[in-house]
Design a protein around this ligand. Structure first.
Ligand SMILES: [Mg+2]
Length: 418
């Protein structure tokens, strides 16, 4: 099996950002907390703190007991996103990024000569240097190289911090045997108990299990077969038809062909797309928005693509599925557009979609609240008819974009699959 994937996992990301920005914290146990309160729990711990048993989820009082002298720092969400973007730039300067899994994880596909172990290691070293140069010395990462994305991720987890592990063909599956079941992405406490129930306690047993057994444990023939193949180093493509984007666009009625009108409709479309995203249970990692402008008087706007005079912009962000967060990104993009022109059509696309199962839900209370709030809104809107509840910026525009189509009935034509 060739080495097809390189996986990058930032080490103790939030805590490392704090150590990067404040040199007095380097070499010291640091924990990042969501708010300055003793009742809260750590959302990240530096390696110095980890060594004393502090980890994500450890209560503040407990962390103090485990690790006297630990420094608590309140999370700075925006700063972490800035650093995330720098890291994307750094990695992107060495090799194209294939997927961004979360704020501190991304994977790249290796092609051609890059698939040699020495070449892959050389790329990994270049990535580490680029990250140090662009984000700082305290920003370390573990890199794994493997025949598929899952094994590359497992390889990245094998040595921390600052690791570089290549899972060569001739080392599989023996190299995996020293791992625990829980070291595999997708095997949490519940799945581990299920595996145990079927007599699988070690990774050696996991690797030896027939596809049929794995299917029984997972409760799905498809997933069982996928795992069987992944453990053998096959590159199992995501099932065909896996959703790539959710998109909505709308031709503006004459009374809304103004900046404010166009933005209002865009907000409405964003609201609808985010609800759709939650309904299909995906998380988005990128959004783009576009406007096409009125051309010659009397010309009919192109009903499919953008008109000739158009503007489009996009951005990436840590995966999310809440309406306010996505609206914020859309608003930022919108403010960056050049002035002038009569808007005819607006649209937006949510991209870089991840099924909820593989997305890392945000550790930030605020984000979680936003996601919960969004789900609650979906519930009310489902019960009481689309758009009984909506965000303030949509006020007065409730009926402008096609609200006739309820969220639950959005047919396939408005899903843009690219
Ligand atoms: Mg990490």
């Amino acid at each position: 099996m060739p080495l097809r994937y390189l996986f990058i996992d930032m080490n103790a990301f939030f805590a490392s950002v704090e150590q990067q920005d404040d040199p007095s914290l380097r070499g010291r146990p640091v924990a990042v907390i969501p708010t300055d309160a003793r009742t809260t729990a750590c959302i990240a711990a530096s390696y110095e703190a980890k060594a004393r048993g502090v980890k994500t989820g450890t209560a503040v009082w407990e962390a103090e007991k485990l690790c006297p002298g630990i420094v608590f720092v309140v999370a700075r969400h925006l700063r972490y996103v800035q650093m995330h973007n720098r890291i994307l730039d750094a990695v992107g300067s060495c090799i194209p990024i294939d997927r961004v899994m979360s704020i501190d994880e991304m994977s790249c596909k290796l092609l051609g000569a890059e698939r040699g172990p020495d070449q892959a290691m050389e790329i990994a070293r270049r990535i580490k240097t680029a990250i140090r140069e662009r984000a700082g010395d305290a920003m370390r990462c573990s890199i794994g190289v493997g025949p598929n994305e899952m094994l590359a991720k497992v390889a990245a987890d094998m040595r921390k911090p600052d690791g570089l592990v290549v899972l060569r063909d001739n080392e599989l599956p023996a190299a995996l045997h020293r791992l625990a079941l829980r070291d595999f992405p997708g095997i949490g406490p519940r799945m581990e108990r299920r595996f145990n129930l079927y007599g699988i306690f070690t990774v050696q047993q996991l690797c030896a299990a027939p596809a049929k057994t794995l299917a029984t444990v997972w409760g799905s023939r498809l997933i069982g077969e996928k795992w069987f193949r992944l453990l053998r180093g096959e590159d199992v493509p995501d099932k065909p038809g896996r959703r790539q984007t959710v998109s909505h666009s709308h031709i503006l009625p004459p009374n809304l062909r103004t900046d404010a009108g166009a933005y209002g409709v865009l907000v409405r479309l964003t609201h609808k797309a985010a609800a759709r995203l939650r309904k299909i249970n995906y998380w988005a990692g990128a959004v783009s928005v576009g406007v096409s402008y009125q051309g010659e008087p009397g010309t009919v706007p192109d009903p499919v693509g953008w008109g000739r005079a158009s503007w489009e912009a996009g951005c990436r962000f840590p995966h999310r599925q809440d309406t306010p967060g996505i609206l914020e990104e859309v608003g930022n993009l919108w403010r960056g557009r050049p002035p002038g022109g009569v808007p005819m059509k607006v649209g937006m696309v949510l991209a870089d979609l991840l099924p909820a199962r593989s997305a890392t839900p945000s550790l930030f209370e605020e984000d979680r609240r936003r996601t919960d709030l969004s789900h609650a809104m979906d519930g009310v809107n489902r019960e009481c008819g689309a758009n009984v509840i909506y965000f303030g910026s949509m006020f007065g525009l409730r009926d402008a974009a096609p609200t006739r189509i309820a969220f639950t009935q959005i047919p396939d034509f408005d899903r843009g699959v690219t």
